[in-house]
Every structure is written in structure tokens, then in C-alpha cells.
Ligand binder design. Structure first.
Ligand SMILES: [Zn+2]
Length: 109
């Protein structure tokens, strides 16, 4: 193997490593099912070479809500809130502090 071939192989391996490292933010975003993973990929691709763009995209990839976290938040906020109860007589949702049901007039002890 000539010296030139060896140098080419080393350069090729180095280029592959740089390419993999360059797209780490995109990989992280995809792995986390980040809601903005397409935007992170575009930022990574377009401005990653500036260094600052790469830094911003990796921070963005590691922070913010993933799709799973967003779903958890949606479930948590859709639960009936804690200061309401169901009326024991008519089952309508009324305030926990209510003494009389506003729907059926049932008195709550
Ligand atoms: Zn009622």
C-alpha cells in the first residue's frame, strides 16, 4: 500500500467521523422524538458548520419537549381538575365547595 493510499484512507475515516459528529444534534433530536426535530435538523445542516449553530442545535435537541412528554402534559391538563366533584344525585360536575347542586338543587352535606 502506497503512502498516498494510506493518507486517503485516514482522511476518509476522519471525514466520516466529522460527518457523524456533525449530525449528533439531529440524532439526539430524533432519538428523543423531539417535537421540533425537523427544525433542529435544518439548523444543524445549515448552520452547524459555524460552531454556534451546532451548539444551539445540540442544546435545543437535549431540551424542550419530546413527543412523549407533550402527550403526558396533554393528559395531565385534560384530567378533571381537583376542585370539582360529581353531584351524588344528578352526576353533573359541580364545585367541590358547593353546598347546593346548581343543576338539581341537591344539598351536599
Ligand atoms: Zn345535582
Amino acid at each position: 500500500m502506497s503512502q498516498e493510499t494510506k493518507a486517503l484512507i485516514v482522511a476518509g475515516i476522519a471525514a466520516a467521523c466529522v460527518l457523524v459528529a456533525y449530525f449528533i444534534p439531529t440524532g439526539v433530536a430524533w432519538q428523543r422524538k423531539h417535537q421540533s426535530r425537523r427544525a433542529i435538523f435544518i439548523l444543524n445542516l445549515a448552520l452547524g458548520w459555524t460552531g454556534l449553530g451546532w451548539l444551539v442545535s445540540i442544546i435545543w435537541a437535549f431540551t424542550g419537549t419530546s413527543k412523549e412528554a407533550a402527550a403526558d402534559i396533554a393528559i395531565a391538563t385534560s384530567r378533571p381538575d381537583n376542585d370539582t366533584i360529581a353531584c351524588p344525585k344528578c352526576a353533573e360536575t359541580i364545585k367541590r365547595a358547593a353546598r347546593v347542586c346548581r343543576f338539581c338543587g341537591h344539598e351536599i352535606a
